[in-house]
Design a binder for this molecule. Sequence first.
Ligand code: HEC
Ligand code: HEC
Ligand code: HEC
Length: 462
Amino acid sequence: MKRKAWWAVAVVAAGLAFPISNLILGVPVRATYMELATETPLEARAKEIFAGKCVMCHMDDPGLPFYASFPVASSLIRRHVTDGTAIWNAWELIAAHGAQEVSLAKLEQSVLLDTMPILPYLLMHWDSALSAREKKDLLAWVREVRAKRFARGLASAAFASWPIQPLPDRWPEELDPKKLRLGEMLCHDKRLSTDDTLACAGCHALTKGGTDQRQFSIVVRNQVGGINAPTVFNAVFNLAQFWDGRARDLADQAGGPPFNPIEMASNWSEIVGKLSKDAELTALMKEAYGDVEWGPEPVTHAIAEFEKTLITPDSPVDRHLKGEKGVLTDEEAAGLALFRDHSCATCHTGESMGGKSFERPKDPAAFYAALGRAPVHDDFGRYNVTTNEADRFKMKVPNLRNIALTFPYLHDDSQTDLRKVVRLMHDHFVPELNRRRMSDADVERIVAMLMKNTGQLHGRPL
Ligand code: HEC
Ligand code: HEC
Ligand code: HEC
């Protein structure tokens, strides 16, 4: 043979050596993963599939094959592991027995769209594509977990296993009417602000979708804040409160605004001083909480309890999910299906279509360029709380209930046109591998559906 031909043979042989070694040796997997306990046969099956085909890019510190330390392979493989694990963590999902609504939705969509494993990996691991059987089992596991942990049995059979579910009519636990009444009054009480000008409801009006409907809130002393006031409706379903999640729950959150210098700018001794002078309110407080004094606890607790009643069920979208005929036009119903097909429901998941995870645009520089500005401190989002580099630019996913009323949009209040927001989402948030062409007609249908997402508060249409 000529020298050139020998070369070709050598190159092909070298190129085949790694995939063949992978076939023979299999892929190493760290013991920390193999030791995870499983609860059902389907979960055990999912764990096994992940071990064979997924965890090497989707857990921290996976076991890697010997050639992962070779120069070129090393940086490529490590990038896949970092990117892959940042976006979806198989170890955590199995460790939580599937109880991660967003992670589950992402898994389901990757199986439905057949995006995983990624192509470079398939080239090196010829047996790594998911078989029809494996796909079926993974989807069955997703359905099993959803039925067990997330569904409330409200959706019709057609939507029972969807990543989006109808809002429940009320908070599932018993709430004390006295505390609710106190909480409602406090939410409307301007004495929580330093100059008695501003109540919670001033920025979260119950008649304005739980928001202020303005670009940046007017705050005490007529200052203007720099970030969107999200709705208090259905906030009880959020995994944490604020765009960056710095409050772990509603009571923790309610302790924030009164002291925020650019919100209510007050302090507890000032507030307690004012509330103690109100004999009627103090009597109500003692009736609800027993013999305690005014202080952070009854105030934030009562407000948080009241916020649990701010659930807005029975929008046309929800009634459609529950199986009622004729509440959505064909266009709007198509919009709901498109919302899922275009992967929107992988982040806008659950009963409030959001609020369950922190997410970042794929390329933050491109996203902020599209917004026409450079990012500032507030845009670092979750990073400002954790100082973990992987969290930079992550925001809590906003819930999309009552979106017709919660304008302007995005954390910087920069958008008023939902069509444009939907395009921004498609271009910057939907993962590249999931992205399908989205026509103007698709956008129109999705927006038409979103406009029918307005529910009822305390039995009255919003
Ligand atoms: C060689 C590495 C690699 C392997 C193996 C791999 N993935 Fe991924 N995966 C990635 C990368 C990289 C991304 C991020 C893609 C992006 O940013 O668009 C990703 C993204 C994902 C996502 C997130 C999609 C979303 O909607 O956000 C899911 C879910 C996922 N992979 C599941 C799987 C499953 C299930 C398997 C096994 C069948 C698997 N992956 C195997 C590298 C891998
Ligand atoms: C000056 C306007 C203003 C006032 C007054 C105000 N808020 Fe807010 N609220 C905001 C802004 C702005 C945010 C978002 C801040 C952030 O994420 O950094 C917010 C966030 C929230 C959130 C989190 C929602 C979510 O999805 O993360 C809740 C709940 C909330 N406020 C309830 C209250 C309560 C209760 C009070 C009264 C104690 C109150 N707010 C007073 C403007 C205000
Ligand atoms: C990777 C997760 C992710 C995906 C996928 C995603 N979104 Fe979002 N969505 C977000 C985040 C995070 C925000 C807040 C972004 C910000 O304010 O900077 C958001 C904001 C929105 C808003 C504005 C809400 C408000 O109150 O300000 C709308 C509307 C929206 N998304 C619709 C969609 C649609 C439609 C799709 C599918 C085409 C989609 N999203 C896909 C994460 C996602």
